[in-house]
Design a protein around this ligand. Structure first.
Ligand code: SF4
Length: 354
C-alpha cells in the first residue's frame, strides 16, 4: 500500500470536535523512515499519531501489487501481480523482528505494522508471521492492506489475530473503482466490497478504512454519497481520509482541496477522520553510507527535494549539497516531477513522464 499523504487540516464542519477527527499521515506503505544496516524487511520504529511508535514490516519486494492505483507513489505496477506466494523469506522477516525487538522493547514500540511495498496480503506466510510476532511480544499488531484479497477466507483467517486492519476503499461504484485502483482483472468491485463485508462480520479488532481523496474524481458529492452508502454497510470503526500529494504515479492526479475535505467529512459521517500532516522522516539510523541509506528510504518512500534537503543536516555531517550531488549521480534513484515538485524515487519504479 502506498502511503497516505498529508492534507490540510480544516475547521471541523460537523458536530464532533476537530481535534478528535484529525490523525496523522503515517500509514507506512512504502515507508522506511529509519533504516538499519542488516535489516531488509523491518524498519523503524517510526512516529505515527495513529499508531504511536510503529515498527514496520515489509512483506514483499518493491513493487509487488495486484492493484495499479493512479495515486500510487511507488510507480506503476508492472506487471500487476495477483499471486499469493513467499515473496520474501518468512523466517528472515521474523528473525528481523526478533532482532528489532531486542533493540527496541515494548517501551519504544507501540505497534507492529505489517505493510508492503505493494500488497501486504500477497504473502502466503502472513498468518504465520503474525502468529510468530504475537508469541514474541504483547505489542499490538496492525496490517495495512488494499483489502483486495479479503474475499479469500484464507486471507481473512490470516488477519484474525490482528488488533487493527486498515484496508482501502477509494470508490463507491464499480466505474470509479476501475478508474482509480485499476485492479488485476480477477479483482472486480463486487469482490472487493464482498470481501470487506465478510471481513467486518468476522473480525473483532479495529477496522479502519483508508480513503485517498483525489480532486475531481472521488471528492465530488455523487462519489462521496456512493462511498457513504457503502461505508454504512461495512461499518468500519473509523474511515481515515488522506490525499495524494507525494509523487502520484499519474501526473494528472491532484490531491483534494479544503472544500473537498470538508465535503468528505460532512458526507461520510461521524466515523470519518482527517489524516493530518506529519514529518515523514525524522531520523536515520545508519552505520554505513548515507547515500545507501537514502536510497533505501526513497525506494519505498519517495521524498521531495525540499524534504530531503531539510533533514540531511540531521543525518550527515557532509554538506547537503555534496550529498545531493552524489545522489544525482547514483543510478539507483531517479527524480520524478509532480505538481511542480521534484521527488526522489527508486530508479526501477515506472513513472510516466509528466
Ligand atoms: S498500487 Fe495501490 S494498493 Fe498497490 S501499492 Fe500502490 S497504492 Fe498501494
Amino acid at each position: 500500500m502506498a502511503e497516505g499523504i498529508p492534507v490540510p487540516v480544516l475547521p471541523e464542519p460537523t458536530r464532533r470536535p476537530a481535534a478528535a477527527r484529525v490523525l496523522d499521515g503515517m500509514t507506512f506503505a512504502g515507508h522506511r523512515s529509519m533504516r538499519d544496516a542488516g535489516l531488509q524487511h523491518v524498519y523503524g520504529p517510526v512516529p505515527s499519531r495513529r499508531l504511536g511508535r510503529s515498527l514496520g514490516i515489509d512483506t514483499v519486494r518493491p513493487k509487488t501489487c495486484n492493484w495499479n492505483c493512479v495515486y500510487c507513489q511507488l510507480g506503476r505496477s508492472a506487471p500487476i501481480v495477483n499471486v499469493r506466494a513467499e515473496h520474501v523469506p518468512r523466517a528472515q522477516v521474523v528473525g528481523e523482528v526478533e532482532e528489532a525487538l531486542r533493540r527496541d522493547g515494548p517501551g519504544d514500540i507501540d505497534w507492529i505494522t505489517f505493510v508492503a511495498s505493494g500488497e501486504t496480503t500477497l504473502h502466503t506466510g502472513l498468518g504465520w508471521m503474525i502468529a510468530r510476532v504475537r508469541k514474541m511480544t504483547a505489542i499490538p499488531v496492525a496490517v495495512i492492506t488494499n483489502g483486495s484479497l479479503l474475499h479469500d477466507p484464507e486471507v481473512r483467517r490470516d488477519l484474525m489475530a490482528c488488533d487493527a486492519v486498515m484496508p482501502s476503499l477509494d470508490a463507491g461504484s464499480a466505474d470509479l473503482y476501475r478508474r482509480i485502483n485499476r485492479p488485476h482483472p480477477d479483482l472486480g468491485f463486487e469482490r472487493h466490497v464482498g470481501g470487506l463485508l465478510a471481513f467486518r462480520r468476522e473480525f473483532r479488532g479495529r477496522l479502519w478504512v483508508e480513503l485517498m481523496l483525489i480532486k475531481g474524481i472521488n471528492d465530488t458529492e455523487d462519489a462521496l454519497v456512493d462511498l457513504r452508502t457503502l461505508l454504512d454497510r461495512i461499518e468500519p470503526d473509523e474511515t481515515h481520509l488522506l490525499a495524494p500529494t507525494r509523487s502520484p504515479v499519474e501526473p494528472w492526479v491532484r490531491p483534494t482541496n479544503d472544500e473537498g475535505v470538508m465535503r468528505a467529512l460532512a458526507i461520510l459521517g461521524a466515523t470519518a477522520r482527517l489524516v493530518a500532516p506529519t514529518e515523514v522522516t525524522t531520523a536515520l539510523a545508519t552505520s554505513g553510507s548515507i547515500i545507501d541509506a537514502i536510497v533505501g528510504i526513497v525506494t519505498r518512500h519517495p521524498m521531495s527535494q525540499e524534504q530531503l534537503a531539510g533533514v540531511l543536516p540531521r543525518w550527515s555531517s557532509e554538506h547537503a549539497d555534496e550529498v545531493l550531488k552524489k545522489l544525482l549521480a547514483d543510478p539507483r534513484v531517479q527524480v520524478v516531477r509532480r505538481h511542480g515538485v521534484s521527488f526522489w524515487c527508486g530508479a526501477d519504479a515506472p513513472y510516466p513522464a509528466q
